[in-house]
Design a protein around this ligand. Sequence first.
Ligand code: FES
Length: 277
Amino acid sequence: MSDKYPESSGRRRFVKGVVGSAGVAGIGTAGVASLDAVTNQTGTGGGQTTYFGVQNTGGPAPRAMPMVPLEIDDEGYLRGVYPEVQEVEQQGETVQVAREDLGGITYEVDWFQYCGIQDYEGLQPSYEGDNYFRYSGGSSSYDWQPGSGQVHVDDFSDYDTWANDYGEAGIGKPASVTWRSQDTDNSIPVQVIRSTLLEDAIEDASGEVGEWLDAATENGFMAFLNKCTHYCCVPGYRSSNYEGAGDKIYCACHQSIYDPYSIVKRSFTAYPRPEDG
Ligand code: FES
């Protein structure tokens, strides 16, 4: 199969055998420059990180859940895009940063820096695996989906008629998947949606959001990190009829609602380097 990112194997050249936690609380990785750089490439102790995500529209969730840009390979399988790993010189040290320009937007791994996810093995540049989405079983999965295996476009061919007990029929078909989670202790939960409303939203979007959606979605598919920004529960699209949430993403823990068709630009303060914190 062809690869839009043919240098991906080359990226591993930069990996220096560092595995484990970036440790916001300074857990176990003191002095590992490459991972410090993942949590903060500025080296100045935290900073503003700007990202694009699905807007929180109800309940206590404080901010949008970050999107995971995706692409579809020549065989029709979906994968998430991990920011390109680069080595940069910083304060006399060579450090790794996971960051790239996507549609004019700076996409970086710091976007996923909350709820401890930033320490998951799969989010480290050193993770040895592919970026393909895989169906997840368990309570957050949907009746229609397989419990494992790679996610294929054909699985969503009925997305414009699909329905479950929640929301309107024919506006979107979801799946619960994992990303960069094979052979790791912690799975990274992602939700994939193929939606006619997303296609409309992309047509209507302009400016930076339009650029981002162009770069981060394909064939009506979108993906986002499925961790509530409130207290880290795993929400679900079309998982409840609570107060109009049927067509939206609902977090059952404290009734937060997110709108997957309202993509917003937000920022937050990234954690400082462990040795600064
Ligand atoms: S609303 Fe509290 S964890 Fe989601």
